[in-house]
Unconditional design. Structure first.
Length: 82
């Protein structure tokens, strides 16, 4: 999926949660929605674009949620075998 589509979809989610009265609640809402309904590949792709400064147009609420809730959004690593 291309970056523009991921940004547009993430911004749509952000607009919904922006109405929350508490900023932390809105950030949690964005991250929770992305974790539940986006594939790991979509989340990783958007985070990579954000890290490379290649996600123009990303709403500040969404960008902050991606940065501050990053650990929740990354796929779980398989356990290492010793």
């Amino acid at each position: 999926m291309d970056t523009d589509t991921l940004v547009r979809m993430a911004n749509d989610i952000g607009q919904f949660f922006a109405a929350m009265p508490e900023r932390e609640e809105a950030l949690d809402g964005v991250a929770t929605h992305l974790r539940r309904y986006w594939t790991p590949a979509m989340r990783v792709a958007l985070l990579a674009r954000l890290d490379a400064d290649e996600a123009p147009g990303l709403e500040p609420l969404v960008a902050q949620a991606l940065k501050t809730r990053r650990a929740q959004l990354l796929p779980a690593s398989p356990p290492s075998r010793a």
